[in-house]
Design a protein around this ligand. Structure first.
Ligand SMILES: [Zn+2]
Length: 273
């Protein structure tokens, strides 16, 4: 009887080891597939409402510049894309909404070939196609992105700290665990080129925040990507409520520099894989 018990325990431990082995084998295979990919997906945050305009964060007033994050990225995502494509990668830009009603932004969307996801209810929570327990507003962009077998996904946003003008410098790249190296490379470029190099940031370096809590902003986008072993980063470095950031980004040449720094961070990561 004792002998039999030992045998069962041994069998049980063996099967556990087998499962763990298969699991890490799957992870290895999926990571290899991601590493071989040369496709970058950039998602323009939020969406454009036909009457109310961009639905992301906005500058509190026009005093130091008038910027809304969704509209900003329609104008400047192309500069991120250019850097990525010049380095030999493919870049797809997505947005969860429909083509903007604003003619200037619509022309931009067409020029950049933005894949409009046309989410039926842009403010509603949707389920991940690849990882059904993950749910979030904006998930349909992630579903599309993961269907492209991407090397990485970057969600283009800006942050805001308050409804009034206030200097706040604690910007970050939010990433999943798979994206920690990418976020670190992106932060290095941001520190070398932008923060306190034109865009005042009070000596604060760019942070890297690993986000695994699906209930927090964009958390389950990152989690869905994580479960496909895809590095993913949300850009929240600049604060539209910070007068110094707003002043900097409302000049076209600075906005281009900023977008290019995002692109260079992504390329540095991809080239080092
Ligand atoms: Zn945002």
């Amino acid at each position: 009887m004792k002998q039999e018990g030992k045998r069962i325990l041994l069998l049980f431990l063996c099967s556990l080891l087998c499962i763990a082995g298969l699991d890490s084998c799957t992870a290895w295979r999926m990571r290899a597939k991601v590493r071989e990919s040369k496709t970058v997906v950039l998602d323009i945050g939020h969406y454009y409402h036909p009457e109310r305009g961009g639905q992301g964060a906005r500058t509190p007033s026009a005093k130091y510049g008038s910027i809304e994050e969704c509209e900003f990225w329609y104008m400047y995502a192309g500069y991120v894309k250019d850097v990525i494509e010049q380095a030999g990668y493919t870049c797809i830009i997505t947005n969860r909404g429909a083509t903007p009603a604003d003619p200037k932004l619509a022309a931009q969307a067409e020029k950049l070939g933005v894949k409009q996801i046309n989410t039926p209810e842009v403010g509603a929570v949707y389920r991940s196609k690849q990882h059904p327990k993950r749910m979030a507003v904006g998930m349909l962009s992630v579903n599309y992105a993961l269907d492209q077998n991407p090397a990485c996904v970057v969600f283009l946003h800006h942050n805001s700290h308050s409804d009034t003008w206030e200097i706040w410098n604690k910007g970050a790249f939010y990433s999943n665990r798979e994206g920690e190296t990418m976020a670190t490379k992106m932060a290095t470029v941001m520190n070398e080129r932008i923060l306190d190099k034109g865009m005042p940031n009070g000596g604060e370096p760019c942070r890297i925040i690993i986000r695994t809590d699906g209930r927090r902003g964009g958390g389950d986008w990152l989690n869905a990507c994580e479960e496909s072993y895809v590095p993913a980063v949300i850009t929240e470095v600049a604060f539209l409520s910070n007068p110094e950031h707003a002043k900097f980004l409302s000049k076209k040449k600075n906005a281009i520099r900023y977008a290019q720094a995002i692109g260079e961070g992504i390329v540095t990561f991809l080239n080092a894989r």
